[in-house]
Write a new protein. Sequence first.
Length: 383
Amino acid sequence: MTTPNDGMKPGSRQDANNSWSWQTPGGPGPAQPPSPGPESPSMPPPQGTTNGPPPGGQQQGQGQWRGMTPEQVSRMYKPGVVPLRPLTLSDIYDGTFQTLRRNPRATWGMALVVMTIATLLGVGASALVVLVPDIGAQGVLDVSSLISAPFNILGILVLAGLMSYVVSAAAIGEKVTFSQSWDRVKGRIWPLIGVSLLTVFIGTAALLPAIISFIVGLALGESGGGVLFLILAGLLAIVGFLALFYLSVKVSLATPVVVLEKAGPITAIRRSWRLTSTASQFWRIFGITFLTGIIVIVVSYIVAIPMSIVAALLFSQMASESAALAGITITLGLANLIAYVVTAPFQSSVTALLYIDQRIRREGLHVQMQRAANQSAESGPTR
């Protein structure tokens, strides 16, 4: 059985995830909810897509939706990994785990391939540091981390873009392959890098006044002016971190926008800003993102710490310091690889579902998604 996109041209009947546009009507600005059409939420969901019995204890069957409100039918409608309605925290996490479980090749497998390439490049570049004389063990580890960081960041960016497409397909019941995801995302790599650089620039701008004040305070020394500048730097740092927290939430949905709406970096930042404009949703997105970050950190430490201890025990007694450092560097790189493969798909999936949730809440995206799911159901099951 072929997948919906195998051998199909974009926009064809079997290419359900590409036959409708994620872009908002008239450009990247917010769209009005679509008017109910022949497959709006007031119509019955396709057979096999209901999510539990309808309200009132009615048994599923022909005509079960009659007399129900559109909101009640919308709550039943679940063609993919999430119900097509505003999502709760449990919906988002359940949809994330279902996406990972149903399509491991395009999630865990894709993460393994992407992050292995990034880690090998980073470890290869870091290994050259061992050849530098008189740098010391700690110096090798510190410099190696700095050298490998850009490769890891690039790998995570690519993976986040790929996962955005995989999750968007899973939300309407589609199962895409690694190659299909890469075909969709490969043209968006530079915009993804641009969004990352803009995000770093925004974060740096928030902390720049504190950094400047700190440097001036150190330059003036212990004089009265120097102390005042150091105190000012501390106050500005508090303000800067609060601003950084606010800005990080406002731009958190830019990656799915770049991939799914094919927006440029600046447009994606503006679009993410609009999607997080209401106070209630801002705090909701922050809470879910913060909780997800804690989970990722805990899992990463669970994976990395034992391997770090093992590396220290195995290589600390080696006669050759260069060989010991090389062994530690490779082991730590392997630990980071495993941590990224386990956590990055989870974190990226949560972000993609937060984006879909905001589109449903603000723009009625679920109506278009239901139509796409109906069209996919008519074309037959995916493998």
